[in-house]
Design a protein around this ligand. Sequence first.
Ligand code: FMN
Length: 324
Amino acid sequence: MPALDPTLATSVAGIPLAAPVILAAGTCGVLDEMADVIDLSRVGALVTKSITPESREGNATWRVIPAGSAGMLNAIGLANPGLDAFLEHHAPRAKAMPCKVFVSVAGFSVEDYVKVAANIEAFSLDNAACFPAVELNISCPNVKTGTEFGHTPALCREVVSAVRTVLKSTRLFVKLGPMTPDFTTVAHAALAAGADGLTICNTIPAMAIDVESRRPILANTTGGLSGPGLHPVALKLVHDVYQKVARERGATILGLGGVLTWEHAAEFILAGAQAVQLGTGLFVNPRLPYAISKGLAKWVRRQGSGSIAELVGAMRPAEPVAAE
Ligand SMILES: Cc1cc2nc3c(=O)[nH]c(=O)nc-3n(C[C@H](O)[C@H](O)[C@H](O)COP(=O)(O)O)c2cc1C
């Protein structure tokens, strides 16, 4: 397997990555399960399953179903081992992992987020900074109140500043959902409260109905749409946040939503993302990160650039096609 192309080396919020390709929260196991199928030294980073203070079984099945060409619906409901079991049984392996590991943190109160984040930082400091970043999931559509902190600037500011206080050396990303009202205002609130970057975006609330039984197919009735149908929506949000908020502050954006080809990843980079995350694409092909890195490296060279970082936010203005 050839080494990663050096043009792909980049950094997110000051964290160096070998490639701008990151495995998204909840789509690559709790921590290192993807190592069974791919060489993790060939991705920039992965994000753990969202960790809550207590363990959670999640919602009843069905909780992952196909959604035709739009992608898939999930209503997992934040199933995870809980903070203590994560630290005891999973986290000790992070030190030896060949990619950066960011820990996704979820909760139902400010105290929940602070507790998990503080314990992650304490573990990381004792273990060779094995978790350089935390990603706050304040945008889960599949649990009650899962999107509350991500939907109003005041609540977003409250949770982000509380977590920032306990993270002395760990970088902080905040993950927002696409249905956030006044998205750029909430994005601004997160950065003003101390976030180093934003992950844009989580799934779109969605559902499917079995017309014969006349019942919703997901046991939770509703879930979140991920995959191709989400991509153009996420791309526009990245564009808006980069133009209106992130560029002037020098804040990092991680573009996420429906990346199935290197072109989707390149679109996110041009719109202003430093790196992209992949979720649904891993279910289609776990080796997709290799293909995306390969396509991006060739594209960087074709664009005459020495580094992918030069292409961040490098979209040109629209050029109307002349009428015949
Ligand atoms: C099965 C599944 C589980 C997920 N679990 C989480 C999670 O625990 N935490 C989180 O922040 N996002 C979670 N997500 C959302 C993804 O990280 C990502 O935001 C979403 O799938 C959109 O990206 P994609 O179109 O590339 O899949 C999950 C998505 C799927 C499909």
